[in-house]
Design a protein around this ligand. Structure first.
Ligand code: ATP
Ligand code: MG
Length: 264
């Protein structure tokens, strides 16, 4: 049925072009769809446009050309001026930035994580309970009274993830979530992404971590250094295109690809 198909397409981008300051291209003719319950990975070399696309998807940056629809509604500077539209969109989409420092500003971790819930019409007790639940889930309850800016990089990342999860958004955008984490915490986060997805969350993430791609993504979009999407598909299909991956500088000629690729 076209109706249910249309409802499934939570995010739709058509022919997006974006240049910073109208001078520095970041996205060129980018089209994509994200369906409910998908895990989509954005891949590509440094500077190809992954973070910019996530910022577009979060309504922080507005393309000069093309259309971006979320939940069937256009997301533009104008449409987000409508308070109802903006509240609805912001409560359904959460974004964990590449740099957690940019996201952490309260005197204590507890206040930082409670900030979003308290903006909603939630009682202090309800918000407090939700904060405790999320801190417990992320294993950072012992950091609750610490100052977020005094934490380590990985701890800040967990706090940033907590501030997003506490709002219970349908769509989670992560910009290189595992980048600054130790191997144990990377594994923990990879599992968490799986649990969130099983619980019904739709996930879009930028990553350079091709070794866990089959676990963190159903589908990958690969950017070229010309800021266009050059290929997309399931992880094993994309990783099998070794020449293309070399060409877009996603891998190095000595990179060993993960074992999910069938060997001849
Ligand atoms: N604030 C900015 N002002 C001007 N140009 C910018 C700005 N932010 C990003 N760019 C440019 O836009 C392009 C895309 O950047 P973006 O941050 O989206 O890349 P990325 O794929 O996330 O890279 P990385 O893997 O290094 O995080 C780059 O060429 C970058 O130099
Ligand atoms: Mg980036």
């Amino acid at each position: 049925m076209t109706g249910s198909l249309a409802d499934d397409r939570l995010l739709v981008c058509e022919g997006l072009n974006y240049s910073y300051l109208n001078r520095f291209p970041a996205l060129v003719d980018v089209s994509l769809e994200v369906r409910r319950g998908e895990k989509v990975a954005l891949l590509g070399a440094n500077g190809c446009g992954k973070s910019t696309l996530l910022k577009v998807l979060d309504g922080l940056v507005f393309p000069q050309d093309g259309r971006y629809l979320a939940f069937g509604e256009p997301v533009t500077e104008n449409s987000l001026e409508d308070e109802q539209m903006s509240m609805g969109f912001r409560s359904r989409v959460g974004f964990v930035f590449q740099n957690s420092d940019a996201q952490v500003f309260s005197p204590t971790v507890r206040e930082e994580v409670a900030f979003g819930p308290l903006q909603l019409a939630m009682t202090t007790e309800e918000a407090g309970q939700r904060v405790d639940d999320v801190l417990d889930m992320l294993g950072i309850a012992d950091l609750a009274e610490r100052a977020p800016f005094q934490l380590s990089g990985g701890q800040k990342k967990k706090v940033a993830i907590a501030t997003v999860l506490v709002m219970n958004p349908e769509i989670l955008l992560f910009d290189e979530p595992t980048a600054t984490l130790d191997p144990r915490t990377q594994e923990w986060l990879t599992e968490l992404l799986g649990h969130l997805n099983s619980a019904g969350k739709t996930i879009v993430l930028a990553t350079h971590d091709i070794h866990v791609l089959d676990r963190i993504a159903d589908r990958c979009l690969v950017f070229g250094e010309d800021h266009r999407i050059v290929t997309q598909g399931p992880p094993q299909d994309v990783l099998a295109q070794r020449d293309l991956l070399l060409q877009v500088n996603l891998i190095h000629q000595h990179t060993e690809l993960p074992a999910i690729i069938a060997r001849d």
